[in-house]
Design a protein around this ligand. Structure first.
Ligand code: ATP
Ligand code: F1X
Length: 303
C-alpha cells in the first residue's frame, strides 16, 4: 500500500481575477475549491491513475471536514488524526501570474503526534510512504526524520517531496525517491543555476548523498531524473497552462503509479513528466486520459 502523509493539508481556494490591484477591491471572475496539500494531491492523482493509497496526516474543523468529504467522494481511503482547530485555507490568486498565500494550519499537540506515529509504526516492508509538503510549526522540524527512521526499521520505501532543512536532513537517510524542483535544489546546495549542466551537477550530488532516485523538475522546461546508473532528461510537453498547482505532486504520483505497475524507471520518469504537464494543463489535477495522451509526447534523453 502507498501511504501519503500530509502533515499540513489545505483547502486550496483558487481565485481568478482579471487584473490584481493591490490595495483595492478586486472581484473574482471565477473561484474553485479543492482539497489540497502535497500528499493529498499525490493520493488524488494516484487514484485517477488507478492506484490505491491511504491519506494520512492531521485534519481539523470545517475545512478538514470538507477535505474528508471530497476525498471520500473520490473513494480515497483516509486515516487522518483529528486535531482541534481548522485545517488551513491556501489562497491561489490567478491574474496572469500565479500568486499563492498559504495559511499556517492548526497547532498539533504531542498526543496527536503520538497517535500519528503509531500509524507509521504499523507500516510494513511492502509499503511506500510519501512525505510531502511543509511541516506545521508546532511539530519538531525533524518530524520527517523520525518518520523515515520508523519506516526504515520495517524496510518501507520512503518518498520525500519537501524543501529546506527538512529535505537536507533526509538525504542521508536514503529515501527511495526525492523530487525537489530546481529552486529547491539550488536552495539545498546554497547556489543559483544558470545552466542545465549546473542543475545536473547538483542533481547527481543528491544521489551521492544517499537518495536512490531523484527527479528535479524545471516547470515548463521539463525535468531531470538521476540514479546511480543514469541521468535522464525530458522536455515538458507543450500546452496551455491552466493551473500549475500540484504539478510537482502529480509527478510523484505518476512515477509511483508507473513504477508500482512494473514499468521501467525510464518509463516511470516519462509517465511522471506527462502527469506533471497534464496537471499544468488542467483546472484541477490531471486525468489518466490526459496523462496517457501526453506520455507519447515525452521524449526521454539519456546522458
Ligand atoms: N508550463 C508548463 N508547461 C508544461 N509542463 C509543465 C509546466 N509547468 C509544470 N509542468 C510539468 O510539471 C512538472 C512539475 O512542475 P514544477 O517544476 O513546477 O513542480 P513543482 O514546483 O514541484 O510544482 P508544485 O509545487 O506547484 O506542485 C514539470 O516537470 C512539467 O512536467
Ligand atoms: O505549504 P506547503 O505544504 O509547502 O504547500 C501546500 C500547497 O501549496 O502545495 C500543494 C501544491 O503542491 C497545494 O495543494 C497546497 O496548497
Amino acid at each position: 500500500m502507498i501511504y501519503t502523509c500530509t502533515l499540513n493539508p489545505s483547502v486550496d481556494y483558487i481565485v481568478h481575477v482579471d487584473e490584481l490591484r493591490i490595495g483595492e477591491l478586486n472581484r473574482a471572475v471565477k473561484t474553485l475549491t479543492f482539497p489540497g496539500g502535497k500528499g493529498i494531491n499525490v493520493s488524488r492523482v494516484l487514484k485517477r491513475l488507478g492506484i490505491e493509497s491511504t491519506a494520512l496526516g492531521f485534519i481539523g474543523g470545517f475545512t478538514g471536514a470538507f477535505i474528508i468529504e471530497q476525498l471520500q467522494s473520490e473513494n480515497i481511503t483516509c486515516d487522518f488524526v483529528e486535531v482541534p482547530g481548522n485545517t488551513r485555507i491556501n489562497v491561489k490568486l490567478k491574474s496572469g501570474k500565479e500568486t499563492e498565500i498559504n495559511g499556517q494550519g492548526p497547532m498539533i499537540q504531542p498526543e496527536h503526534e503520538a497517535e500519528f506515529m503509531e500509524k507509521i509504526r504499523a507500516l510494513t516492508e511492502n509499503d511506500i510512504v510519501v512525505l510531502a509538503g511543509s511541516i506545521p510549526s508546532s511539530l519538531s522540524p525533524d518530524v520527517y526524520g523520525k518518520i523515515v527512521d520508523e519506516a526504515k526499521k520495517v524496510k518501507a520505501k520512503v518518498v520525500v517531496d519537501t524543501s529546506g532543512p527538512a529535505l537536507k536532513s533526509l538525504l542521508a537517510r536514503n529515501p527511495f525517491l526525492a523530487k525537489p524542483n530546481h529552486k529547491e535544489l539550488a536552495e539545498l546546495f546554497e547556489t543559483s543555476f544558470h545552466s542545465k549542466d549546473e542543475i545536473m551537477v547538483c542533481g547527481r550530488r543528491l544521489i551521492e548523498l544517499g537518495v536512490e532516485n531523484a527527479i528535479v523538475s524545471l516547470a515548463g522546461d521539463g525535468a531531470f531524473y538521476f540514479n546511480k546508473e543514469m541521468t535522464l532528461f525530458a522536455e515538458a510537453p507543450k500546452g496551455t497552462v491552466k493551473n500549475s498547482v500540484g504539478a510537482g505532486d502529480s509527478m510523484v504520483a505518476g512515477f509511483l503509479a508507473a513504477y508500482t505497475s512494473g514499468k521501467s524507471l525510464e518509463e516511470a520518469f516519462a509517465y511522471s513528466v506527462a502527469s506533471g504537464s497534464a496537471t499544468a494543463f488542467s483546472e484541477d489535477l490531471c486525468t489518466k486520459d490526459c496523462v496517457e495522451q501526453l506520455v507519447h509526447e515525452v521524449n526521454v534523453m539519456r546522458f
